[in-house]
Design a protein around this ligand. Structure first.
Ligand code: SF4
Length: 681
């Protein structure tokens, strides 16, 4: 690692802007050691450490097949387009690297041909998109839509052309050998380094439980970048969901396949109409659901609404039987039959209607089997209403045993890396949540001079955030801050209601342009913020992480309250209850640490480069009033801190603000902290 990362090393010779970053070197050494010893590693590397190279170099030098899993597709792109070519230049040879993404990112050749034969395009945009996709299909080697930036993220055409599993006939397809998804799998089998994202990784890991359908080839080491997101992604893929949209899509795809395969009939039309009507009646039973709520009385609900439940179940069974009777190539009906079967099984398991025959079938399903095997109440059943969608879901409450069995006990090294993993200097929380009992650890501060670059402002005289006067005072404080910062701010709120309230109070009283989350797709709103001088953006959790606005354009981040997870949310409530049942203290063991990590994420939006400067403001005075406030303060980087607005003014004016602005912590974490082995108590 010295040969690469130390002054005079290979990186310093190849990168004109190279700087000696001790944290980067430390991290590379630790990743190399973990891979060699086949151990796991948890590493918090502050922003600016250069963690991507710190894991890529040791992974490549280890000479074993490895996987890198990133939090987002954008980060995947950055690795493939920037970091890997750079390392190829440094090493002087090509690397065998493959990128794997979810099937919806790839073009389905079969659908493109079908659409050429029977164009059913709506409007000029779809027509011109179709022309562009057809041209591109002739020349692309990957079929990955990221090569088509001109196709909008919300394109109505792409979902009709993508290679999603539900509509793919697999080996029976005439294009199978030439299919972009088949080729992606081939490249991955031949690669030494495979770059995936967390969604694909955990979707695959769920399938891997049964050794069935997994697509990521076996590997000896895996690095999770943005590892703080793992718990929620695991919850999604090791749980199940049933929605009215899934039923409608099955009906729509069956109708399209019948038209294409020539197996349409009056009886099929009647079956599909019956299915749609039954789904409408059944999901209509949840019209009164406000957003997310627990669905624990499943048996009572099923008995009470037996008629509508049975009608939906029988309609799905009717479609399954109809598809089985069709005498046509199974290439058209195979995926539909399997979707109908899965819907039937998920419906019966979610509604607690499992007899011996259903259990036998459900045990073949990698995730449904987890639900059936669950005898310690580790799943929470809940409902969600979003727009026109109604979702019935089962989510694991704790993912520790799942990850212990499927990931950490799998033989290879696992590296968890992020800028936000440690709470109050310890990894105990994240290791406990994820089921990582033994690992090496490294906590290294970022490469930035936080004391000089950032000032944390906690205003005096704010009322308790639960008091009725809080919004009014928060609005006043925000106005003063925006006056001093000249806009250029994110106001990050912990709820939509609060975001709207504060936006309403503030936007009329300032001259700076104001944006609010929801007035367009998030990327569009963010682009507008980047390109509008002195702009202010009011947002909620979607903007707390993964958002990068370097430079002066973002000079102030204001957070309204400590970001405690909403205790009435069914998944949060289930986690709290479970910790309490196990004799623990949910506030101390779960709510405080998860909020401390969220606050660190939100504040992390401010300082993205060595030249960035700005103010972080927290309007929630519990951070100084309550004993637990120390956990939050000790988890943050070493910002200078103040309670005086004059210091904020002086900071923005470039004047000395030494009066009350003092380091948040004294003489802490200046050196990376390393522990070779840590065991969870
Ligand atoms: S194999 Fe599946 S995804 Fe690929 S072209 Fe054929 S139908 Fe489309």
């Amino acid at each position: 690692m010295e040969e690469f990362f130390r002054p005079g090393g290979r990186l310093s010779e190849s990168l004109p802007e190279w700087e000696d970053r001790s944290g980067q070197y430390e991290m590379a050494v630790e990743v190399a050691a973990a891979l060699e010893q086949r151990r796991h590693l948890v590493v918090e590397a502050g922003t600016g450490t250069g963690k991507t190279l710190a894991y890529l170099v040791p992974l490549i030098l280890a000479g074993k097949r490895a996987v890198v899993s990133t939090g987002t597709k954008n980060l995947q792109e950055q690795l493939i387009r920037k970091d890997v070519p750079f390392l190829e230049g440094v090493l002087g040879h090509e690397l065998r690297v493959a990128v794997m993404k979810g099937r919806r990112n790839f073009l389905c050749r079969q659908k493109l041909v079908d659409m050429q034969g029977q164009p059913s395009l709506h409007g000029l945009t779809q027509l011109s998109d179709f022309g562009r996709v057809s041209e591109w299909a002739e020349e692309t080697a990957t079929g990955d839509r990221s090569e088509l930036p001109e196709l909008r993220g919300d394109s109505k055409l792409w979902p009709r052309l993508d290679a999603r599993r539900e509509t793919c006939s697999g080996r029976r397809c005439g294009f199978f050998d030439d299919c972009f998804v088949t080729k992606m799998h081939q490249r991955a089998r031949e690669a030494d380094l495979i770059v995936v994202n967390h969604h694909l990784f955990f979707a695959d890991l769920a399938l891997r439980r049964d050794d069935f359908g997994s697509i990521i080839p076996n590997y000896q080491g895996v690095v999770f970048d943005e590892a703080h997101e793992i718990e929620s992604v695991v919850g999604q893929f090791f749980g199940v969901r049933l929605s009215n949209h899934q039923v409608d899509e099955l009906a729509r795809d069956t109708q399209a396949a019948a038209k294409r395969g020539g197996f349409g009939s009056e009886q099929l039309v009647r079956t599909l109409n019956g299915l749609r009507a039954a789904a409408k009646a059944f999901f209509g039973l949840f019209a009164g659901v406000s957003s997310r709520e627990t669905f624990s009385e499943r048996v009572q609900f099923r008995r009470r609404e037996a008629e509508k439940y049975q009608a939906l179940l029988q309609s799905i069974e009717g479609l399954e039987s109809h598809l089985h009777l069709i005498k046509t190539s199974s290439e058209d009906t195979g995926p539909l039959k399997s979707r109908a079967r899965t819907l039937r099984l998920v419906l019966r398991v979610l509604l607690a209607d499992v007899d011996e025959a259903v259990a036998r079938e459900a045990y073949e399903h990698p995730v449904l089997s987890l639900l059936l095997e669950d005898n310690r109440g580790n799943f929470v059943y809940w409902l969600e209403k979003r727009g026109k969608g109604v979702y019935l879901q089962a989510t694991p409450i704790q993912v520790d045993s799942i990850l212990h069995e499927t990931l950490f006990d799998g033989g290879g090294s696992v590296v968890l890396a992020s800028a936000t993993l440690a709470v109050d200097g310890s990894f105990e929380y994240v290791r406990g949540r994820l089921g990582l009992s033994a690992s090496n650890e490294l906590l290294t501060p970022g490469h930035f001079d936080y004391r000089r670059q950032a000032l944390l402002y906690m205003p005096r005289n704010m009322p308790d955030p639960r008091s009725p006067d809080f919004s009014r005072r928060a609005g006043e404080e925000i106005l003063q801050l925006l006056r001093v910062s000249k806009g250029r701010a994110f106001v990050l709120c912990t709820s939509y209601q609060q975001m709207r309230r504060l936006h309403k109070r503030v936007s009329f009283a300032i001259e700076h342009p104001c944006l609010i989350q929801g007035q367009g797709p998030n990327e569009v709103v963010l682009d507008k913020f980047r390109n509008t001088k002195n702009c202010v953006l009011f947002a909620t959790y979607s903007f707390w992480q993964g958002v990068d606005v370097p430079g002066e354009q973002l000079s102030c981040v204001i957070v309204d309250k400590l970001p405690f997870a909403v205790p009435s949310d069914p998944v949060v409530m289930a986690r709290i209850d479970q910790i309490r049942r196990d004799g623990g203290n949910p506030f101390r063991e779960y709510q405080i640490p998860s909020a401390a990590l969220a606050l660190k994420q939100g504040f992390g939006r401010l300082i993205r480069r060595k030249t960035d400067r700005g103010v972080l403001a927290l309007l929630d005075n519990r951070i100084v009033r309550k004993g637990y406030g120390k956990v939050f303060l000790n988890s943050l980087p070493d910002y200078a801190a103040t309670r005086s607005l004059e210091d904020v003014e002086a900071f923005f004016d470039g004047r000395h603000y030494g009066g009350s602005g003092r380091p948040l912590k004294r003489a802490t974490r200046q050196q990376p902290r390393r522990r070779r082995e840590a065991r969870l108590r």
